[in-house]
Design a protein around this ligand. Structure first.
Ligand SMILES: [Zn+2]
Length: 227
């Protein structure tokens, strides 16, 4: 069986993390989120983890070289033999080129881009509630019901502060600026698909499954979703 080597692109507010988690679970492959593996590497005290920690401790952003090193370390592990879902990487064309070098000889990357118009993203990000205690986000997304309390810690959910709103909008602006060339880098490939992220989460999930089957051939014997 071939591996599903999936890259998920999509701005903050597009619901990418949730979809990445669903796909990873459905295929029995790891979801690799750059934020998570960076934290893991720092906690494990690997060479690159210590390097990343030193950069973060100086208040600087971790650059391409470190991020690429951390992803390389993660992709060398055994549990990615049947594939992976990359969430949050690559963020730049340099990272995408590095990933192509890492994947030399492996099954082709399947790249999906969850597309949501900027004004809709702004609306979603600003109406999202955040947990007072741990900062996790909840509700206000995709028209879904807002839970009463934080799913992670049970804390009270509140509106974002104006400062927090500015941070979130800046993050979105940076994302859109950085990733436009990235989408151009991938979009000519036969294994690239754009997904309409304004649909309900379940419809986005089905569209993703169909897109992956289309470009990856789907599981043996399965014709579903190929129309
Ligand atoms: Zn919380």
């Amino acid at each position: 069986m071939s591996a599903l080597n999936l890259v998920m692109l999509g701005p903050p507010g597009a619901g990418k993390g949730t979809q990445a988690e669903r796909l990873a679970r459905a295929h029995g492959i790891p979801r690799i989120s750059t934020g998570d593996i960076l934290r893991e590497a720092v906690a494990a005290g690997t060479e690159i983890g210590r390097l990343a920690k030193a950069i973060v401790d100086r208040g600087e952003l971790v650059g391409d070289g470190v991020v690429i090193g951390i992803v390389q370390e993660r992709l060398d592990r055994d549990d990615v033999r049947r594939g992976f879902v990359l969430d949050g990487f690559p963020r730049t064309v340099a990272q995408a080129q590095a990933l192509d070098r890492m994947m030399d000889g492996a099954d082709p990357l399947v790249v999906v881009d969850i597309v949501v118009p900027e004004d809709e993203l702004v609306r979603r990000l600003l109406t999202r509630m955040v947990c007072e205690s741990c900062g996790a986000t909840a509700g206000g997304m995709d028209g879904g019901a807002t839970p009463a309390n934080c799913r992670k810690c049970g804390g009270r959910l509140v509106q974002r502060s104006d400062d927090n709103k500015r941070v979130v909008l800046e993050r979105l602006r940076v994302y859109l600026r950085e990733t436009k060339p990235l989408v151009e880098y991938y979009s000519a490939r036969p294994t690239f698909r754009s997904i309409d992220g304004t649909q309900a989460p379940d419809c986005v999930a089905s569209a993703l499954v169909r897109a992956i089957q289309e470009v990856d051939g789907g599981p043996p014997g399965s014709e579903e979703g190929r129309r």
